[in-house]
Every structure is written in structure tokens, then in C-alpha cells.
Design a protein around this ligand. Structure first.
Ligand SMILES: [Zn+2]
Length: 331
């Protein structure tokens, strides 16, 4: 495992996406359709890349930009996320589903090259080779597993996946699972946005982080924040991340997230390259005018997202807690 020792006090961003178009032989692909197209262009511009990057050397440009932003920020490391294909319940890839793919070997390789990156793999548990792939990635230093039940068609409560969750629990590999609506990627099973879909891995002893704390993304999405909060009382091994809390709707429940005991379950994540704007937090009175003005002007969105969350009142532990959750090599 190539992870250099991380500075123990520096914050970690636990939710950072990497994307690629195969230009650097990564095996990544991206397929943006319809109204997702202008959104993708907006995100590229937001991180300071031209639209032409989509058909050019996206991989080199994206990674060098991400490293530049990370190194210019207060953060010490970022967990970078692989993205598996969409599979049906029988374990066959669903053709034409999914809008991007990031192979495990790509994030594992990036983390070997750059100590700032911690690799989160992605494996659909219905895959016939799911357990072998899990063991292979554990041997290469995976620190977490990421999945999007609603977009990747994963009913985590399916009893056939029990062995997979048990193996993750044995290996102390945490699960970061998307919860709440989703509008950046195509959704296959909207009902799997409900955090209750995570009950089986939790019962198997997997430490689970509900990305976005079950909050809604679109105006007409069901709101699962209270379901998530209720589940933290039942499961000691359930956490929630603050990723995308600086988009219009997701950050609505910040005050509740800052209350004990929920605040002890909060983990910092940006959801890079998702847009970061302080207007919503300022309008809701979560940050003052001065902090909003100061950080909104900062072009480094990794730093902007971090500083806005500090200004919202998230305590320092929320930014380092992930260190005790990830499967990090200690020697
Ligand atoms: Zn995300």
C-alpha cells in the first residue's frame, strides 16, 4: 500500500469524485446525455477546466487540477471514489445504464502515485466476482467502498449480499452509500434512496456513511433526513457525510446536524466537482455575511466548501473523524 503517513491533524475530504474519458488509458468512460450535458459543462467550469477537456485529455487535466486545489487547501487528503457499472439482480451489467465508470484499478493506482489520495473502490455486490474483486482491492490498499444504491440498482438488504457485507465488516472496510434523491446522475431505482436500504450491511457490522445524510436534492424528492437521524440512534456504526451541503436544498438540516448526539456522527465531504456556493447557507442564517463574502470569492472550491462548513459551526472532529473509520494502514 502506497499511502504515506497522513498528517494527523489535517482535515480529510471523504467524498471526492474522479472522472475520466479513457484518454490516459484509465479504463474510465463518461456518457453525458440530455440535460446532464449543461450540468457537466457547469461543473467543469466550476473547477476551472474548459469544456474541450471532455473530449481531450480529461484524465491528466482533471487529476492535476484536483491535486493543485487539494495542495492549495487546508485539507491533508481526499478519498477518491471509483464508480462501478449498473448491474441487474442476476449480476449482469445493465446496458445503457449509468453515465460514468471509474475502475477500481484507476483509483488504486492514483493513490499509489499521490499520497494525498486515499482510494475508495466500488463493487456491485451482485457481480459474480464480487468477493474476489473485494479481496483483490483489499490487498491493494482500498480504504473504503462507495456505492449508489439508487443509481447502481443495489438493494443492500438483499440477503444474497450478506456474505459480501460480512467480508467488508471482517476487513473493517467502511461503506459510503449515496442516500436521498440524485439529479446529477441517472436514477434506476428511486426507492433505494431511502437510508433504510442500508439496514443489512449495518446489521452485518459494516461501518456505513450515508452520503448527504438522506437529504433531498430536487424539490420533489422525498426527504429522508429524519429517517437517517432516527437510524443513527439504532446503529452505532452509522455516520452521515456533509457532501453537497452547499447546493440549494441538501444543506437545509445543518442546525440539526450540529446538535449532539448527531454531530458526533458527522463526516466532512465536498462531493467535488459538485458546485459549492455559500448563498444558501447565508440565506438560511447558517453563516454570516462576512464569512459568506470572504469564502465565496475564493476560487478553490475544496477550500471554499471546507471554510463554509467551518463557518456553519461544524467542529474540528467532523473534519478528521473519517481517519478512525477508513481502513488505513497503520505501519
Ligand atoms: Zn458524490
Amino acid at each position: 500500500m502506497g499511502n504515506a503517513p497522513l498528517s494527523p491533524s489535517k482535515p480529510i475530504d471523504a467524498h471526492v469524485h474522479v472522472v475520466g474519458n479513457g484518454s490516459g488509458d484509465s479504463g474510465c468512460w463518461v456518457r453525458v446525455r440530455g440535460w446532464h450535458r449543461p450540468l457537466a459543462a457547469l461543473m467543469l467550469r466550476h473547477i476551472g477546466l474548459p469544456l474541450s477537456a471532455m473530449s481531450g485529455d480529461l484524465e491528466t487535466l482533471y487529476i492535476s487540477r484536483l491535486l493543485e486545489l487539494l495542495r492549495g487547501s487546508s485539507l491533508g487528503a481526499a478519498v477518491i471514489l471509483a464508480q462501478d457499472l449498473v448491474y441487474d439482480e442476476q449480476g449482469s451489467p445493465m446496458q445503457n445504464a449509468g453515465s460514468f465508470y471509474v475502475p477500481n484499478d484507476y483509483v488504486l493506482g492514483l493513490a499509489e502515485k499521490h499520497p494525498e489520495f486515499l482510494p475508495a473502490i466500488s463493487i456491485h455486490p451482485a457481480r459474480p466476482d464480487a468477493l474476489e474483486e473485494l479481496d483483490r482491492c483489499l490487498a491493494r490498499g482500498a480504504v473504503m467502498l462507495k456505492c449508489l444504491p439508487n443509481c447502481q440498482n443495489i438493494n443492500c438488504n438483499d440477503r444474497r449480499y450478506t456474505r459480501f457485507w460480512e467480508r467488508m465488516a471482517e476487513a473493517k472496510l467502511p461503506l459510503l452509500a449515496h442516500t436521498g434523491g440524485e439529479h446529477t446522475l441517472p436514477v434506476v431505482q428511486p426507492e433505494y434512496a431511502d437510508p433504510r436500504v442500508l439496514a443489512l450491511p449495518l446489521e452485518c457490522g459494516v461501518t456505513v456513511i450515508a452520503a448527504h445524510c438522506g437529504t433531498k436534492s430536487g424539490l420533489f424528492d422525498p426527504e429522508y433526513f429524519h429517517v437517517f437521524a432516527g437510524m443513527t440512534r439504532r446503529f452505532d456504526n452509522l455516520y452521515g457525510d456533509t457532501s453537497a451541503f452547499n447546493v440549494p436544498l441538501r444543506g437545509r438540516h445543518v442546525r440539526k446536524c450540529l446538535e449532539s448526539p448527531l454531530v458526533e456522527r458527522m463526516v466532512h465531504g465536498s462531493d467535488f466537482p459538485v458546485l459549492v456556493h455559500g448563498h444558501w447557507a447565508w440565506m438560511r442564517g447558517f453563516v454570516g455575511w462576512g464569512a459568506f463574502r470572504k469564502w465565496e470569492k475564493n476560487p478553490n472550491i475544496i477550500e471554499r466548501d471546507y471554510q463554509l462548513k467551518v463557518a456553519m459551526g461544524f467542529p474540528a472532529e467532523c473534519f478528521t473523524r473519517i481517519r478512525g473509520i477508513l481502513r488505513l494502514k497503520t505501519d
